[in-house]
Design a protein around this ligand. Sequence first.
Ligand SMILES: C[S@@+](CC[C@H](N)C(=O)[O-])C[C@H]1O[C@@H](n2cnc3c(N)ncnc32)[C@H](O)[C@@H]1O
Length: 183
Amino acid sequence: MPHHDVLAHLTRLYAASDDPWQHRTSAYEAAKYAATLDAIGSGPFSNALEVGCGNGTFAILLAQRCEYLTLMECIPAAMASARSALAANTNVNFIQGAAPDALPDMYPDLILLSEVLYFLTPDDIGQLGDWLTTHATGPVIAVNWIGPTDEPLDGNAAITLLTRSLGDPATKQHKQFRIDTFG
Ligand SMILES: C[S@@+](CC[C@H](N)C(=O)[O-])C[C@H]1O[C@@H](n2cnc3c(N)ncnc32)[C@H](O)[C@@H]1O
């Protein structure tokens, strides 16, 4: 579970806006999404998982490359926005809950961790890494902003922690973010 204060911080952000990081409009997000799609490839994936989907802005793009897509999100208001954004997508399932505790009993052939790891504690990332080791049947793709965060971890530190479970990734360094592909 994320620390209580992290959950409270995220809840406050989504109470103030349904798009707290301007996923729908910012040039940074558009560039990140294009690079993420490039890293993911065209698929199609039979059973993909995005952990920390936010309001579902990227999931709209991802769903087009997946036979089935499961979206997981710990903040109810964000999950409600994602449900609404993907209402027409009958191939999408929703899990409201926090990784690693609420990770589903599934074996995804693509797992996306986009700007979510630094909300987790180091112990959580260790548990998530253990789950990935036993459940991932395809690539695990982590996308992280590399500047300072408001959280104890930044993107680089979060990836270092994940490599303890998953080994070294193939890393593509962009100006403001990095994309790491494991497996
Ligand atoms: C910065 S947003 C990124 C959204 C989306 N992945 C993207 O890149 O556009 C991070 C999201 O992860 C969610 N989140 C944070 N910790 C989580 C956890 N442990 N389990 C599930 N969701 C989490 C937050 O509530 C937030 O909506």
